[in-house]
Design a protein. Structure first.
Length: 519
């Protein structure tokens, strides 16, 4: 089967997979062990009963350090309360970008924004059993300092530090900001609109750069930003509580299909939106995100189509992860967002009774798995684009259905017609287009299992079913709807087959009922 790019090669100049938004978080994990906070305070010369005094003093140090960063750069300090005014931009990022644009900032600190936000932090309470002071994590509100800056390598980004113990750090970077700067350094031309690259002169170089970005030595990079905003790190390390453990809290992996012009995209876009919102089933979405439909699976798949000022967006959610498709200028973007990496697997070396072995384990948020995040996101996007390749332009649908409804003679052999409104033929079409067949294809047994819900009573009935499905496969091949996989007893829908079968299902599910009710 041809890829989405091959199918629409006359409209497309290229495609590129890359990281988009990445949110890293740093945790001082050794502070979370039982009794660790008490031991840490004693190492700093503070008994547990003076926890509040110590925490307030460190908050003042962190705040003074953040303000000093802004003062040395001659940049503004902004404190936001809970009040919201209409004149204020929508988000803190909007404010920072507006300040950078107004002041012409191209590198360095843009501004410092402080705001009280909810978080998980430590509070000291007397234990009901031991009557001793103990530190426990609770949800509360405290001051967070956002240092917005334009980094020489990563471009526009921010570093946020929680001013109260345990001093959690959040770092936001954008993969396209990084890529644009790398393309400038490599002398590769490109056209950019907002956060989209509409055209890149050398896609091979850009693809290599994106893979290099996923292979970065992230702990070393993130530690440098951590030292920038946390002046307490030397004291924390001296007390034996180590540094930050970095995780990738949220990642967006996007595949941008770059069309020649926006009108070229808009000619195809309504059909893609209709196909993505109506024809992609829950089983398809499970397949995109690396899951299989199983009776024991407890997961809810949600699909929503939303009209935005920029255009339409279709999003499919599963277990706090999602894949979505939307248009931006002349770019069609398929984007996978990973918030819950435990839904995926990563190959790790583990200790077993037989020795150290490689096993597929649950993926965690540690930055050691950034490359695996990239692999998972690229695979999800590619499967989604392959599914979008089945969207049939309406101008070709009538001709395809006419051919489907007529008998066909091929190589001197006669093949009967299909009836797109027949329940038996529709069941066959749905079985052929099932999501689990996208990667490996399907066998006779796969179609038999989908067409017959009841198990056979005896071997004779099972044999009759197998023969009937074999005749149906021959009929599908005669109409050019499926093709045999070389050197395997497997079949896959052809590009023409995806078009015709999808159109037949849409006729039954959408067009005919709408026309009947209208009449």
């Amino acid at each position: 089967m041809d890829t989405f790019e091959d199918l629409h090669h006359d409209r497309i100049v290229g495609s590129l997979a890359m990281f988009d938004r990445m949110i890293f978080k740093g945790h001082l994990t050794k502070l979370f062990h039982p009794g660790a906070v008490s031991a840490f305070l004693w190492a700093q010369g503070f008994p547990m009963k003076e926890f509040t005094r110590y925490a307030q003093s460190t908050t003042e140090r962190i705040t003074a350090n953040a303000k000093a960063l802004a003062e040395r750069a001659g940049r503004p300090y902004i404190y936001l309360d809970h009040a919201k005014t209409r004149s204020r931009p929508r988000t803190k990022e909007d404010m920072a970008r507006a300040i950078a644009e107004e002041d012409g900032i191209t590198e360095g600190v843009v501004c410092l924004i402080s705001v009280v936000e909810p978080c998980w932090s430590f509070q000291v309470r007397a234990s009901h059993t031991t009557h001793r002071l103990e530190a426990a994590r609770r949800e509360r509100k405290c001051v967070h300092h956002y240092v917005y800056l334009i980094d020489r390598e990563f471009g526009f980004m921010h570093v946020r530090i929680q001013a109260w113990i345990p001093y959690e750090i959040q770092i936001y970077v954008n993969g396209r900001e990084w890529l644009a700067r790398q393309l400038d350094a490599a002398g590769v031309g490109y056209r950019r609109y907002d956060n989209s690259l509409l055209k890149i002169d050398n896609l091979e170089v850009a693809s290599e750069l994106c893979e290099r970005f996923a292979h970065r030595a992230w702990p070393r990079v993130l530690d440098a930003f951590g030292r920038l905003v946390n002046p307490l790190l030397p004291d924390i390390k001296k007390a034996g509580f180590g540094g930050y453990y970095w995780v990738l809290d949220q990642a967006e992996i996007a595949t941008d299909v770059m069309f020649r012009t926006r009108p070229a995209l808009l000619e195809l876009w309504p059909d893609l939106v209709r196909h993505a919102s109506l024809n992609l089933s829950s089983a398809d979405v499970l397949h995109f995100l690396g899951r299989k439909l199983h009776p024991s699976l407890q997961a809810e798949v949600l699909t929503e189509a939303k009209r935005r000022p920029e255009g339409w967006r279709v999003k499919h959610r599963l277990a706090r992860n999602w894949v979505k498709v939307y248009d931006k200028a002349s770019v069609l973007r398929v984007e996978t967002t990973i918030n819950n990496p435990r839904e995926f697997r990563v190959l790790r070396v583990v200790d077993t009774p037989e020795g150290r072995q490689r096993r597929w384990c649950e993926m965690r948020k540690g930055v050691a798995n950034v490359w695996r995040y990239f692999q998972v996101g690229m695979g999800s996007n590619r499967r989604y684009l392959d599914a979008l390749a089945g969207a049939v332009p309406q101008s070709k649908g009538v001709a395809a259905l006419d051919a489907l409804c007529r008998p066909r003679i091929r190589d001197g052999r006669h093949y009967a017609r299909f009836n797109p409104l027949s329940p038996t033929d529709l069941a066959l079409f749905r079985a052929v287009l099932a999501g689990e067949h996208v990667i490996s294809g399907f066998r006779n047994a796969d179609l038999t299992a989908r067409l017959y819900k009841r198990p056979p009573l005896d071997s004779a009935e099972a044999h009759r079913r197998c023969e009937r499905v074999s005749r149906l496969i021959t009929k599908l091949r005669g109409h050019g709807l499926i093709a045999k996989v070389p050197r395997a007893r497997l079949y896959r829908p052809t590009r023409y087959g995806y078009h015709v079968l999808t159109a037949a299902i849409a006729l039954h599910d959408e067009r005919y009922p709408a026309a009947y009710l209208a009449a």
